[in-house]
Each structure stands twice: as structure tokens, then as C-alpha cells.
Ligand binder design. Sequence first.
Ligand SMILES: NC(=O)c1ccc[n+]([C@@H]2O[C@H](COP(=O)([O-])OP(=O)(O)OC[C@H]3O[C@@H](n4cnc5c(N)ncnc54)[C@H](O)[C@@H]3O)[C@@H](O)[C@H]2O)c1
Length: 258
Amino acid sequence: MLDSFDLSERVVVVAGGAGLIGPAVCHGLADHGARVVVADVDRDAGEAVADAVDGEFVRCDVTDATAVEALFDHVVDTYGRLDAQVNMAYPPDENYGRRFQDRSIEEWAEQVDNGLNSYATLCRGALETMDTCGQDRGSLVNFGSTYGVQAPDFSIYESGETPPTPAHYSASKGGILNLTRYLASEYGDRGIRVNAVSPGGVFDDQDPAFVERYEANTPLGRMADPEDIAGAVVYLVSDAAEYVTGHNLVVDGGWTIK
Ligand SMILES: NC(=O)c1ccc[n+]([C@@H]2O[C@H](COP(=O)([O-])OP(=O)(O)OC[C@H]3O[C@@H](n4cnc5c(N)ncnc54)[C@H](O)[C@@H]3O)[C@@H](O)[C@H]2O)c1
């Protein structure tokens, strides 16, 4: 193993680490030596992931600023440092699939609050924690999406069983990508790198007609596996990416190059 990928003694919080992609990310980090703290609302799934990587689970609702503050207080008290913060929670949308015009502006605001503002709360908390711990280096990785870079291709959703991601998702992910660039510029002089990972569609037993169309539009000919995404996070957290900041690492099998 290249030494620069070694994460021994590094404390990494993974917010939203108990979902589809999170466990592969937590395993990837732990396999490289990191002490992983899984922060998630789903206690059962979160504890299972934390146990599997010999890490710790902390229940945290990332849309609740008080809970996020408690998470970072716990990190300071327990570890006295935070080497990296990975933000990948995806607060659910009960009306997933509902069209843009059919949502009230209040619903829009609530979803952007959950999807974008929660990442700002996490970034603030992580930066403050790194400061409190007197660190002169650190890494933040925010999850964007290919749909934060370009619009969905509605034709692949024609079968109807897999609805397109909502407009607030694209707006939030686009916002996360620019927040990432902004913070990278502002905090570079403190040795803190801020990057993003933007996955393409991850296979999750979606409707076969959708999968077929998706794959036909993807240069590498398949949807992503969670493990495809994990390596990108390990890289950005590690010293191998010591000179990389403000970057959006797109992991999409070539979907966005067309
Ligand atoms: N799966 C994909 O195809 C895909 C594609 C592009 C981008 N992404 C992005 O990657 C990230 C991870 O995606 P995923 O597929 O693993 O999502 P997921 O929905 O499977 O998992 C998200 C995790 O976030 C947790 N979560 C939800 N609300 C929370 C809250 N309020 N506080 C704390 N945790 C909360 C869930 O319990 C879950 O463990 C997300 O940011 C998502 O937008 C995913």
C-alpha cells in the first residue's frame, strides 16, 4: 500500500454512513486504518456498520443543528481531534417523484433545508471542531451528484417505476458543490482541504427498463456499485490528495462526459 493512503490514527466522521453507499465508504476508510464514527438517524443500520468496521455509532439527525453540535462535542471529548468529515446523508423526501410544479414553495424550502443546509451545518461544525482541536490540517468531503452537475435525462425514466430525482435535489447538490469550492478557497490557508464526490446512479434493484436505459447511456456500460464510490472518498481523505482541494470527483462511469 502507498504510505500516502494510510489513514492510521485518523478520526473520520461519516454522516449518513448507514445507507446504500455508506457501508462501503466506512469499510474503505477502516481498511486503510481510520477510526470511523458513523453518524446517522438509523440506529440499527448505523450500529451494524460501526460494529463491522470496529468503529463507533453516534445517532445524529443532520437536519437538527443541536444534534450536530452534540455530535462534534462528542468527537472532541472522545478523540480530541477530527481528521476528516464525510457528509453523505440523504434526508428522505416523502413526496419523491412529485413534480416541481406540484410542490408548494414551503415544501421546496424544507427540502433544500434538509438537503443543502444540513451540509452547511455539518461543514461549520467540522471546521469549528478542527479549530478547537488546534489542527493545522483536515479534510472535508461532501457528497454531490451527477445531478448537481447536469440535469436528469428524463427519457431514461419513461417506464415510470423509477421516478426522476426532484428539482430540489439538483438545486441542493449544485449548492453543495459550490459550497465545497467556496470553503476550499477560504480554508486552504489553514491546511483544510474541502472536496466533493459526485456519484452517478448506484445500482439498487431499480426497475429493469430504467437500468437498461441507464446502462446504454453510460460509457462504461453499467450502473455504479457502492465500492466504486468508496475509493474516491479514501483518496480525498488521505494524504494522496494532499494537493487537491475544491475538486469535484465525479464517479459515474462516464455518464457526464457526453
Ligand atoms: N445512490 C445513488 O445512486 C446516488 C447517486 C448520486 C449521489 N448520491 C448521493 O450519495 C449520498 C449517499 O447516497 P445513498 O444512496 O447511500 O443514500 P441512502 O438514502 O441509501 O442513505 C443515506 C443515509 O442517510 C441517512 N439519513 C437520512 N436522513 C438523515 C438525517 N436527517 N440525519 C442523519 N442521517 C440521515 C439514512 O439513514 C441513510 O443511512 C447522498 O448524498 C446521495 O444524494 C447517491
